[in-house]
Design a protein around this ligand. Sequence first.
Ligand code: CP
Length: 319
Amino acid sequence: MAEPSLATTWTRKDLLDTDTLSREEIDLILETARGMREIRSRPVSKVSTLRGVTVATLFYEQSTRTRASFEVAAKALGADVVNLTAAGSSVEKGETLIDTVRTLEAIGADVIVMRHPRSGAPYLAARNTGAAVINGGDGTHAHPTQALLDLFTMVEHLGSLEGRKVVIVGDILHSRVARSNAWTLLRYGAEVILCGPATLLPRSYVPQLGENRCALTTDLDRAVEGADVVMALRMQKERQQRGLIPSLREYISGYQVNAARMGRARPGALLMHPGPMNEGIEVAPDVAHGAQSLVEEQVANGVAIRMALLYLIAARSRR
Ligand code: CP
């Protein structure tokens, strides 16, 4: 890819979830990410396309992958980056989210990448600033950039996802990763199976696109039969403390992705995990680091996807 030009067909100011993204919009993101990955592979893996653009990262929750990869992505495109966490900022003195995003806009932020423990917080921010807002994870609601990098990783390995069986296993009820992934996978025609203990499966709201609806199951051994992709989710320890699973031992016995379970999947099936992993809990260490594991590739693809999104969103605001 030559130096990217800023002519694109992207029209959205913000990226808040994957549920409203069309197939064409997702195709554009993935195609742009392929070009960005090529830029990243060069000896000098930087361009100056976003020179003069300021990207602020605003994180009210911990993050390694999302925050670092947005920073790397912004710098690879020549943008300036301001990093803010709740700790150490005026949020600790009681500043509201709205005042914080307006302050960032006033000091020149064109794009605000935010993570917040409250579901919906990025929507509130987006309504109250002229800067573009990218959701880096909000409560139990959505994590669109994770879903897009996961989709990108699957498509690069499998080609078409039409009819491919993707099993997502873990705490589905509280997982923003599972929700955002469900929407992109349904949009690409995959068969999506959400698996976990009954207490960690949603009772009412299950993503559905037309006739294509996610299936729910508590039986991982059956779910993984013939699967093309098995994605393990992090077991959040606070769920155990709240009594939503009987014990970690029970959870591991029923829901750990291990070699025996991967053996029931299609030969060469892909193992994915959004990270951070609790090795030995939701995924066995030999599987997490085995030949079928794409965990590190997911992280690397995260930079390309985030470069693509920053590029598309900044291009729109400059048109
Ligand atoms: N997958 C993910 O969101 O990781 P971080 O919490 O490290 O950003």
